[in-house]
Design a protein around this ligand. Structure first.
Ligand code: NAD
Length: 418
C-alpha cells in the first residue's frame, strides 16, 4: 500500500526545496506556501425523495499574483480542506511554469456522485455555483473540471452564473462542451502535453524515441491519449493498465484498439492481443525506456521507487510520486518530468478556451495544438536552462525554481499595499 503523504505538506516541502536555490527572501517564500483564502461551504440540497442532504464544499484561492485564480472542481468522498489547499497551490506553480497569466485555485465537494441521480447532481452543482458566485468570474476565479466532473457540470455552472448575473460570461468557467463555448482540442490537451514533454525529454537526453519501450499506468483521458500520441512518435507502448490490471505485448500494443476494447468492456483486462496480464505494481517496475503514471496520486512510494527500472518518468497524473520516492529516483538518476509541466496541457488549453470566450472567436484545432506545442516546448527549454544554470538535483526542482521565481517577481513587482 503506498504511503499517503499529506498533500499540503508535500506541496510546502517542494516549495522549500526549490526556494533554497533562489534569491527570494524567506518571508516572501513563506507567503507563497499558504493559500490567500479558503472558502468552506455548507450546501443544502433537496434529493429526489424530498429529503434534505447537507454537503461540504470548498474553494481554495491560493495565489492571484499572476492573474485570476484557476483550477478544477472535484467531486469525491475524500475531498478535504488540506487536499483542496494543496491542489490549488500546485495550480499556481503549474500556471507559472508554462507562463500563462493565471494564479491557482481548486474546489471540491465531499460526495460520491455514483450515489445520486442526474437531477440531484444538477441541484448540488447549481447550489455550489450559487454559493461561489460572488467569488468567481472571468477576471476573478475561473473553475474547470477535475475528478468526477466534466462538460456537463461546467455547463451547469456557467448557466447558473450567467442567469444570476443576468449576462453572458462563458469565460467564467472552462472545460465546457463545444456547443456551450468549449475549445477544440481540450479533451486531448493533457495527453498531448505528456507526449510533447516525453519527446523533449528524450531529445534532451539524446535518446531515440523511435522504438523506445513505454509503460502507461491508467488508461483514462490522460493516459489513453498520451499512449496514442506517444505511439504516433514511433515508440512501442508495451504495457498499459487501469484499475482492473495491466496488459503487455513485447512488440507494442495497438493503443487505439486497446482504448476501443476498454470503451466496449469497461477495462483493459482481457484485451485479446495482449501476450500477458499482470498487476499494476509490476507495470510500475518494468524495465522500460519511459514510464507514464496517469492514474492517481502517490502511485509510486519509497518502497516501489527502489524497484523502478524505467529510465524516464513523465508524470501525467498529479502527484504520482511521493516526496520520499522522488529522493530515491533522483539518487538512481531516473529522469522525472514533473506533473506541473507534463500535464499542463489541460490548463493551457483551458486558458485558450478563456481567451476565445473573451474574443468571441473560436480557434481551429490546428491553431490550438500549435500554440500548445509552442508553450510546452518553451517551458521545457526554460526548465532545462534553470536545471543547468543552478546545477539542480532534478527537473522537479528546476520546474519549481522557474515557477516560484515568476510568482515572486509578480508579487514584488506589484509593490506593497496594506
Ligand atoms: P480518468 O478517470 O479518465 O482515468 C483514470 C484512469 O486510471 C482510469 O483508467 C482508471 O481505471 C485508472 N486507475 C484508477 N486506479 C488505478 C490503479 N490503482 N492502477 C492503475 N490504474 C488505475 O482520469 P484522467 O482525467 O485521465 O486523470 C488521470 C490523472 O491525470 C489524475 O491524476 C488527474 O488529476 C491528472 N490530470 C488529468 C487532466 C485532464 O485533463 N484529464 C489534467 C491534469 C491532470
Amino acid at each position: 500500500m503506498p504511503d499517503e503523504a499529506n498533500p499540503f505538506e508535500s506541496l510546502q516541502e517542494q516549495i522549500d526545496d526549490a526556494a533554497a536555490y533562489l534569491d527570494v527572501p524567506a518571508d516572501v517564500v513563506n507567503r507563497l506556501k499558504h493559500p490567500e483564502r479558503v472558502l468552506e461551504l455548507t450546501l443544502s440540497v433537496e434529493l429526489d425523495d424530498g429529503t434534505l442532504e447537507t454537503f461540504r464544499g470548498f474553494r481554495s484561492q491560493f495565489n492571484g499574483d499572476r492573474g485570476p485564480y484557476k483550477g478544477g472542481i472535484r467531486y469525491h468522498p475524500n475531498v478535504s480542506r488540506d487536499e483542496v489547499k494543496a491542489l490549488s497551490g500546485w495550480m499556481v506553480y503549474k500556471c507559472a511554469v508554462v507562463d500563462i497569466p493565471y494564479g491557482g485555485g481548486k474546489g471540491g465537494i465531499v460526495i460520491d456522485p455514483r450515489g445520486y441521480s442526474e437531477s440531484e447532481l444538477e441541484r448540488v452543482t447549481r447550489t455550489f455555483a450559487k454559493e461561489l458566485r460572488p467569488f468567481i468570474g472571468p477576471d476573478k476565479d475561473i473553475p474547470a473540471p477535475d475528478v468526477n466532473t466534466g462538460q456537463r457540470e461546467m455547463n451547469w455552472i456557467k448557466d447558473t452564473y450567467e442567469k444570476l448575473e443576468n449576462t453572458t460570461a462563458p469565460g467564467v468557467i472552462t472545460g465546457k462542451s463545444p456547443a456551450n463555448g468549449g475549445s477544440a482540442g481540450r479533451v486531448e490537451a493533457t495527453g498531448r502535453s505528456v507526449m510533447l514533454a516525453s519527446r523533449e525529454a528524450f531529445d534532451y537526453l539524446d535518446k531515440d524515441v523511435t522504438g523506445a519501450t513505454v509503460a502507461i499506468q491508467g488508461y483514462g483521458n490522460a493516459g489513453s491519449v498520451a499512449a496514442k500520441l506517444i505511439e504516433d512518435l514511433g515508440a512501442n507502448v508495451v504495457a498499459v493498465s487501469d484499475s482492473s490490471g495491466a496488459v503487455f505485448h513485447p512488440g507494442g500494443l495497438d493503443t487505439r484498439a486497446v482504448k476501443e476494447f476498454k470503451r466496449e468492456t469497461g477495462s483493459v483486462s482481457g484485451y485479446a492481443d495482449a501476450e500477458e496480464e499482470f498487476s499494476n505494481e509490476e507495470l510500475l517496475t518494468m524495465d522500460v525506456d519511459l514510464l507514464v503514471p496517469a492514474a492517481l496520486e502517490n502511485a509510486i512510494d519509497a518502497e516501489l521507487a527502489t524497484q523502478v527500472e524505467a529510465d524516464v518518468i513523465v508524470e501525467a497524473a498529479n502527484g504520482p510520486i511521493t516526496p520520499d520516492a522522488d529522493d530515491i529516483l533522483t539518487e538512481k538518476e531516473v529522469t522525472v518530468v514533473p506533473d506541473i509541466l507534463a500535464n499542463a496541457g489541460g490548463v493551457t488549453v483551458s486558458y485558450f478556451e478563456w481567451v476565445q470566450n473573451r474574443q468571441r472567436f473560436a480557434w481551429t484545432e490546428e491553431r490550438v495544438n500549435d500554440e500548445l506545442e509552442r508553450i510546452v516546448v518553451d517551458a521545457f527549454d526554460r526548465l532545462v536552462e534553470a536545471y543547468e544554470e543552478h546545477d539542480l538535483p532534478n527537473f522537479r526542482t528546476a520546474a519549481y525554481v522557474v515557477a516560484i521565481q515568476r510568482v515572486a517577481d509578480a508579487y514584488r513587482g506589484a509593490g506593497s499595499w496594506p
